[in-house]
Write a protein that binds this ligand. Sequence first.
Ligand SMILES: [Zn+2]
Length: 295
Amino acid sequence: MRPVSLLLAAMVLVAIAPLPSSAAEKIRVVIVDGQNNHKWQETTPILQQILKASGRYTVDVATSPPKGQKDAMQKFHPDLAKYDVVVSNYNGEPWSDAFNTDLHQRLKAGTIGLVIVHAANNAFSGWKEYNQMIGMGWRGTGFGKRLKYVDGKPVIVPAGQDLGSGHRYVGPFEITLRDAEHPVTKGMPASWLHGRDELYDNMRGPVENVHVLATAFSDSAKKGTGTHEPMIWTVQYGQGRVFHTPMGHDVYAMQCAGFAAVLERGTEWAATGQVTIPLPKDFPTADKASIRSKK
Ligand SMILES: [Zn+2]
């Protein structure tokens, strides 16, 4: 090889080496679980299976100590330097200050991404940075602002107005895209039917640097709020990317091909800022949900 070719080859290597954005290089994911008011022992393997099936990831699981083991929890600190993105399936006791600081500093610097699934947004109401990271979560009405969509437009509701967080409606629901050009949603139908799940409403928080990709109508005729609730959103946290969906209550909800696509594409986006994973052929349509079997 001539010196110029060698130099070019070296430059290409240097250019791609630090980024997992090359399709050949696997994105390193760690799923954090161990405490949750949901069946994390059942749902973590589904999250893992969805991510692995895309061929884009290596997936580790970091399981915290169970409730009530303060000393062990102080030592719980996955080595974040080994990962490109954290997927949280955790809703439980506080992590150590050291782990919290490590996560928010790396996220702020943009050296790691964060993905929030369902009840992970119930966690850590007293951790200020976490509330910033997730944008909004399951909190009381006085905790913070709420974002809803009225007549197709986003409306900020002040703390104390409307209800506290809940899931007044449970069942299948339609997802309506609010940004069809974002890498995660690009190519999805303008609306698509998600299989039975809890439709989280009245999420509360600082709602800063939040970008809503999709909402779902919580029908007041079915005990819902009568407005569109944010269902997929991103948060810019310093240089870091957070991807958040309150979907995914249980194994059934996660078997929706739409949920799987949202998770695998959202995780890739949080890690790299890009999406290379195509939409699956069995993606739901406006009037037909697509539930995969357990196998
Ligand atoms: Zn739930």
